[in-house]
Design a protein around this ligand. Structure first.
Ligand code: SI3
Length: 296
């Protein structure tokens, strides 16, 4: 598969958990089917923030990769987020997902400790050295505290296996500079509420949580903007942001899970992985109002 074929609208997969923290497999399979059949997404980003991944043990991460591949087969693209603060786990997961047939891997910048850029670069180079797959850097400074500048991205891109970045930041000056400096690398928009300005800056695709429930409308934003119909695209982004604002106000992942239930994914528990809190009754009630107001 060419790097070109990794472009598109990609849902960051939500994962429903049981009371004991195990994966609700039947519910997860429904969410995957919902993404493919109803949201018409081009791919799934598995093991990201939206999957509550950074609270999971290695075996559970592998189990989620297994279920997603088994359900998707080759219907849509699959990207496995394998990164974290444990390089050796990232290598193990990268090899595992690659064996399963994932189209690419992705890895968050290592966080918590204040790693130097040299350390971050070495982490990525060690990872791709040991994994026979392409890698998309996952940059999300608001959560990791790790900022990468244009010249540093270019240093990472010197490695042929590092083919792009999931750019989850509101820094449109940086995005514009990076797009100009790296025209042949893949850049994905990471903030769904900023999809339109990202598309105007010529991103190759978008990876986000709200596409699980709002995929059709989001694709419209992308397509209209690519055709140059900015006025219409902005109007849909405005409607989308009414929805996203309401979701963020009510609690991001618990609300998305409730919205998925209201869209028909109803098998088993849709709880959070502790220590993250699951939806309260108040959040559940508000989710229904959000669904009625913006998604019905
Ligand atoms: O699973 C993932 O890694 C993501 O979904 C990342 C993605 O950038 C999302 N960020 C977070 C922190 O969840 C966004 O899609 C985000 O949820 C959305 O734009 C609402 O702010």
């Amino acid at each position: 598969m060419k790097n070109e074929d990794l472009k598109g609208l990609i849902s960051a997969l939500l994962v429903p958990y049981n009371e004991d923290g195990t994966v609700n497999e039947a519910g997860l399979r429904q969410i995957i089917r919902h993404n493919i059949e109803n949201m018409k997404i081009d791919g799934l980003y598995v093991g990201g923030s939206s999957g509550e991944n950074f609270m999971l043990d290695t075996d559970t991460k592998k189990q989620i990769f297994d279920i997603a591949k088994d359900e998707v087969k080759d219907e849509v693209l699959l990207i496995a987020q394998v990164g974290g603060t444990n390089l050796y786990e990232a290598i193990e997961l990268g090899q595992y997902a690659t064996e399963l047939g994932y189209n690419a891997i992705s890895a968050v910048t290592p966080f918590y400790y204040k790693f130097s850029f040299e350390e971050v670069k070495q982490y990525y180079f060690d990872l791709v050295d040991k994994v026979d797959n392409r890698l998309i850097v996952y940059s999300i400074p608001a959560l990791t505290g790790v900022e990468i500048g244009v010249s540093q991205f270019m240093e990472l891109f010197e490695n042929d296996k590092i083919i792009g970045v999931k750019f989850t930041a509101a820094d449109f000056f940086l995005l514009e500079r990076l797009r100009k400096a790296a025209p042949d690398h893949l850049i994905y928009s990471g903030f769904d509420e900023m999809l339109l300005p990202a598309v105007i800056n010529n991103v190759d695709g978008a990876i986000g949580s709200t596409y699980n429930v709002n995929g059709l409308r989001s694709r419209k934003i992308m397509e209209l903007a690519q055709e140059g119909n900015i006025k219409e695209a902005l109007s849909i982004q405005n409607d989308t942001n009414d929805l996203i604002e309401a979701i963020l106000d009510n609690g991001l992942y618990p609300t998305l899970k409730q919205l998925l239930k209201l869209q028909g994914c109803d098998k088993g528990s849709f709880l959070a992985r502790k220590p993250m809190a699951s939806a309260t009754q108040k959040q559940i009630n508000r989710s229904k109002e959000i669904y009625d107001a913006y998604l019905k």
